[in-house]
Design a protein around this ligand. Structure first.
Ligand code: SF4
Ligand code: MSK
Length: 652
């Protein structure tokens, strides 16, 4: 296979802290303290213990090695943007401007705009690849793909004014995919899907001058502004950050979600399992890690191939077990009920179960060090995207034209690797936790009887006080899953319905909050609604790009109520965020009118003006703002108070 390269040969992983941990084996209290500091995920704990004892490095070890962090970088007042620098703002040493003359406000705003644009680009480029696959499917050049949700495809065609009557499915798909690809650089000066927002929200954008003109244009404009000698006013830099993020939320991400639904099916409510216990001792285990369902959907199909199942049996395996990780996993869990091994900080631990034959990665949120971890086991890391070739992995370039063939080749590699498993190293640490998933906007609407009115009525009556979108990642600055789970429990207790995506949703799943039985942890109103409908109090809405589903849901609720999104008793939260993508998500939530509370502090504290603008000033611009609260109990109080204020303003 062209481009493939040999598996990384790993020297023994040794780092001082790990060595200390190994030496402390005689001190079980040391090991226990480390585990307790690191996670609340019960299935993860025995695996972390094994990795500590074996001296296998994890994200937590690397985090400890990086302490203490640079103060200037942490506050956002270091700049490495041009060759006159690097520069730092150190007021106590009279260094109040970089070499070019940029002050703290500008340096902080410029760094933040860079971060937002990076996140928006990642989501949107992912969306573009899915649309390109739809186009190739339409013209007969993609192998194994089909159009699954024709109704949604026609609905989108209608939004662009295309006639679908009498047209073949392929022709509609061709027209829609070309129209969506054009949205990346459209000259009509607005992104079509922004028209899905309530009129009042669109008016806010137009008054602020932040309705996105096209996906790529706002990202390129952001890159232009952060070039030395362009953007000089922190306020316009931040306003452009909101515009860029809106191009992600109502553009790149929403297109990714919609076309993934068209191709692979709009999720419906279904049941599955999560945590590291989904790995099976007697089967060939393959994990799918990353974000893009274009690859993983084909792996799912290829894994059903009778020839491959026979091959697995001939190697002594009872079958082929696919498990998800991060957002590729979320996509499969939502649509296919494929079990999910965990979220971001479970990726190294999954390898350390010793029972994983292959970890397939596409892109985003993948630790570049995974081959180092895998070298301690028999696991192969298989990278598949030319954008994300990881040194030490086996590279199988994945392209829609040869999708099924490549998928089968990777599965064959996993099967051939099964006999190399060392049974003495296998550690399947827990029984899997049941989850109910698949809450697309359409599935929620169907569960409510075809209209959002019952939900709006329940909110108006106060049975449900409001809703919160809890999203985002894991970050070693927060104990793994503690922020998500604590915030979730605190909010449902207050009769606030949760909609979740990404690693937040999986944290809730592992903690049992995605089961209808979790209704007993909710306040009386929410509990009653959940028990009547047989749904959990925390609804899993999908992957990171599916935060766009939360926007669409908010838009539908606002339209049903006849208000702008900013008037709804809703909020957003990202208690353990780490990624640039999460910054873009939080920014498009706020720009769409959703008050959003972050856990870890963004790198902005070096500018009081920027902090003030983001936490207060934006209320005058987009009628919503950010807050930062690392303590999830206090974050719940902030959200509760905000929802109370919005209810009062609505007179409900
Ligand atoms: Fe320094 Fe200005 Fe260059 Fe940044 S852009 S490195 S602040 S001279
Ligand atoms: S995977 S962006 S760690 S949610 Fe989408 Fe999780 Fe955050 Fe990645």
């Amino acid at each position: 296979m062209p481009g493939k390269h040999a598996k990384y040969v790993q020297r023994k992983i040794t780092v001082p802290d790990i060595e200390r941990a190994k030496m402390s084996l005689m001190n079980p209290a040391f090991i226990q303290q480390k585990i307790d500091e690191r996670t609340v995920d019960e299935a993860a704990k025995p695996v972390i213990e094994t990795m500590l004892r074996e001296g296998i490095e994890t994200v937590w070890d690397r985090f400890e090695q990086q302490q203490p962090p640079c103060r200037y970088c942490s506050e956002g007042i270091s700049c490495n943007r041009c060759a006159m620098g690097p520069c730092r703002i150190i007021p106590e040493h009279y260094r109040v401007r970089g070499v070019c003359g940029a002050d703290a406000d500008l340096i902080v705003a410029r760094n933040l705009l860079d971060t937002i644009a990076t996140g928006a680009a990642a989501h949107s480029d992912h969306g573009r690849e899915i649309i390109e696959t739809l186009y190739k499917t339409a013209i007969g050049e993609a192998q194994g793909y089909e159009i699954t949700d024709l109704e949604k495809l026609k609905r989108i065609a209608g939004e662009f004014g295309f006639e679908t009557e009498g047209q073949s499915t392929e022709e509609i798909a061709r027209q829609v995919s070309l129209a969506l690809l054009e949205e990346y650089g459209t000259i009509k000066n607005f992104i079509q899907f922004t028209a899905r927002a309530p009129q009042q929200t669109q008016e806010v954008w137009d008054a602020a001058g932040i309705r996105p003109r096209s996906v790529d244009r706002e990202i390129v404009d952001a890159m232009h502004r952060i070039q030395m000698g362009v953007g000089a006013d922190y306020t316009t830099m931040l306003a452009h950050g909101l515009r860029t993020a809106l191009g992600d939320g109502w553009g790149g991400s929403l297109m990714a979600t919609e076309i993934s639904d068209v191709m692979f099916g709009t999720p419906t409510i279904n049941q599955s399992w999560v945590n590291l216990g989904v790995v099976k001792k007697d089967q060939v285990n393959i994990s799918l890690h990353g974000h893009n369902p274009v690859l993983s959907e084909m792996i799912v199909r290829a894994a059903e191939d009778p020839g491959l199942l026979d091959l697995a049996k001939s190697k002594g395996a009872a079958g082929i077990n696919l498990v998800g990780l991060c957002c590729t996993g979320n996509e499969l869990l939502m649509r296919k009920g494929i079990p999910q091994a965990g979220n971001h900080f479970n990726q190294e631990l999954l390898i350390a179960t010793g029972a994983l034959e292959v970890m397939i990665i596409d892109y985003q949120c993948i630790f570049p060090s995974l081959p180092r971890t895998a070298s301690c086991y028999h696991t192969h890391i298989v990278s598949t995207s030319p954008k994300s070739k990881v040194p030490g992995s086996l590279y199988y370039g994945f392209y829609p034209e040869t999708a099924i063939d490549t998928a089968k080749e990777i599965i064959r590699l996993a099967i051939e690797n099964f006999p190399n498993r060392n049974p003495d190293k296998v550690l399947i640490p827990a029984d899997p936790m049941k989850v109910v998933t698949g809450f697309s906007v359409e599935a929620i609407q169907a569960a409510l009887g075809g209209t959002f009115k019952p939900l709006v009525d329940a909110i108006a009556a106060g049975t449900i006080r409001g809703a919160a979108g809890v999203v985002g990642c894991n970050n070693p600055k927060v104990k793994h899953d503690y922020g998500h789970v604590t915030l979730g429990k605190e909010l449902i207790k207050r009769d606030i319905l949760l909609v979740e995506t990404g690693c937040a949703a999986i944290a809730s799943g592992k903690a049992g909050l995605l089961r209808p039985e979790a209704a007993k942890l909710a306040g009386p109103g929410l509990r009653e609604i959940c028990e009547t409908l047989g749904i959990p109090p925390v609804l899993h809405m999908g992957s990171c790009v599916d935060c766009s589903r939360i926007l669409v849901l908010a838009a539908e609720l606002a339209k049903t109520l006849g208000v702008g999104i900013h008037q709804l008793p809703i909020a957003g939260a990202a208690p353990e965020w780490y990624s640039q993508k999460a910054v873009s998500i939080a920014s498009y939530f706020v720009a769409s009118g959703v008050y959003t509370v972050l856990g870890p502090m963004p790198k902005i504290t070096g500018s009081g003006n920027v902090v003030h603008l983001l936490t207060e000033g934006l209320n005058d611009v987009v009628k919503a703002s950010f807050a930062v609260e690392p303590d999830p109990v206090k974050a719940a109080e902030l959200i509760d108070r905000h929802i109370g204020d919005k209810r009062t303003a609505l007179g409900i």
